[in-house]
Design a protein around this ligand. Sequence first.
Ligand code: PGA
Length: 241
Amino acid sequence: MAKRPLLVGNWKMHGDGGDLAVIVAIGEAARRHPAVDVALCVPATLIDRARRVCAGLAIGGQDCHAEPNGAHTGDISASMLREAGASLVLLGHSERRHDHHEDDALIAAKLRAARAAGLEVVLCVGETAEDHAAGRSAAVVQEQLTRSLAGAGGPGIAIAYEPVWAIGGDLTPEPTEVAAMAGLIRDTVLGVRVLYGGSVTPDNGAALFAQGGIDGFLVGRQSLEADAFTAILKLMDVPTR
Ligand code: PGA
């Protein structure tokens, strides 16, 4: 059975109180498309305000610590995100894996902490350009999945396939390539929703959604602008799927 589509925006280190109108507009669009689950992962400073200005939209964090509290200057725990009003968290984003040297074992610990705090998790996996060129994409993704999930799975967890080489530029894989990876993810982890992320736009979204064998998208840049994000949401609201 097809799963409910899920659209997740990732604002990364963008956004302040001056951007609440964008969040309100996205919330209104989400209410016009109740067949699609919509979430926005904002900076931690915006979670509470985002939660207050809109219903119909889940608000998420972008990372959490593996411990519930402690001497970890600058970090934030899963229960703190939850208390601030988040209902989900991104984990294992390539910008965390690479810029912050997060390995699969750490991501698995964060995932356990997030689930224990009652947060849903969008776990990101994906190969680098080098792995892609060497034909190692499937092996890399399978290993990341197995090690980062460490046995977790099912409802409450979505997997975002985000090839590192497709993030933040203008390259995307062919829909058939995405479909093959979505199949591999579903064979490896039962019962999860599978998203694609990496340079998704209103222009390339329709083909990726129709032919990519996915349940939705994780969107970076195009989630910062209500019109573009809404256009992606609209193309996902297809009742015949
Ligand atoms: P992008 O980012 O849509 O700007 O490529 C995606 C992501 O990093 O999740």
